[in-house]
Design a protein around this ligand. Structure first.
Ligand code: ZN
Length: 293
């Protein structure tokens, strides 16, 4: 049932939905402690509420995934973790305007849920039932927090996309978005200490994943040595030169690709990205041929 620490729930629109074991642990601890302090009813309420919230998290990821699929971007799977969800998709070579739409599609789902829940929540509240109101609040928080311009949150991706359109330089855009993300991460960390420990978790996620994505963007555009296949969850970087490290270097200098020295990349930054995409595609085809796929 478990495969590499994840529980596969099934497929929606051809996308595999998976639960990480940490999520199950988190679910068990919160529901268990609610049952101990609040009795059976408390446990059932908490378990039901967590389930409903994470269905909404899954729908948020599905929003990203369906927008991506509409643009022909392959989506591998959606994994639910204690601090949220992650949709794995291959965003290499996707235009920044499309990446912006894909990023906005997630929070849009949460705001759509808020709009649909609002009348139900009002009626239920008048009848003394607060559950829909809590779920509405959770979706407001999910939508709003994800729209913070803190890369790699959705808002930060939108911000990065806008900067990429302005600078025509994905590396510079990602660097700047990551710096803003770190400033917000520090702010979230302070707010976490003062108000809610959950914000501390978010601060850590923004800080560390932002760095990882920044390195992935550099590797993708060929500015830094990069070891193979380490750019998850938002995309894999192919390659593998001497010692499994691909070294691609700026114009006028040669480096090493999978089959020895690489040619000098072209002049323009945008051409450079296209050139690297073309090379990567050639590498993939070559690897597939070698592995006999
Ligand atoms: Zn999202």
């Amino acid at each position: 049932m478990f495969d590499k620490g994840v529980l596969k729930l099934g497929r929606v629109f051809g996308i595999e939905i998976r639960l990480h074991w940490l999520f199950l642990l988190f679910f068990a601890i919160l529901t268990g402690s609610a049952a101990i302090s609040g009795g059976l009813l408390g446990g059932v309420w908490t378990g039901g509420f967590l389930t409903a919230v994470f269905v909404c998290v899954g729908l948020h990821e599905l929003g990203h995934s369906l927008a991506a699929k509409a643009y022909g971007v392959p989506v591998r799977d959606i994994t639910l973790l204690p601090f949220g969800g992650a949709a794995r998709m291959d965003l290499r070579g996707v235009a920044p305007s499309r990446e912006i739409v894909i990023a906005l599609a997630g929070p849009a789902v949460n705001f759509l849920i808020v709009a649909l829940l609002a009348p139900i929540a009002v009626v239920a509240y008048q009848a003394g039932i607060t559950f829909p109101l809590w779920l509405l609040g959770a979706n407001l928080v999910l939508g709003a927090l994800n729209l913070l311009p803190a890369f790699p949150l959705d808002g930060g991706r939108v911000f990065r996309g806008i900067l990429t359109i302005i600078h025509r330089d994905p590396i510079r855009a990602t660097d700047q978005a990551a710096i803003v993300g770190k400033v917000i991460a520090v702010g979230l960390g302070i707010a976490g200490v003062l108000f809610d420990p959950w914000l501390l978790v978010l601060a850590f996620v923004v800080w560390f994943l932002g760095d990882r994505e920044r390195l992935a963007a550099r590797a993708q555009a060929g500015h830094a040595p990069w070891s193979h296949g380490d750019a998850r969850p938002w995309g894999d970087v192919g390659g593998g030169g001497p010692g499994g490290v691909r070294i691609v270097v700026p114009r006028g200098v040669s480096g090493w690709g999978p089959r020895g020295p690489v040619e000098s990349p072209p002049r323009d930054q945008r051409d450079l990205v296209d050139w690297l995409n073309a090379r990567r595609r050639a590498d993939e085809i070559e690897r597939a041929r070698r592995d006999g796929i």
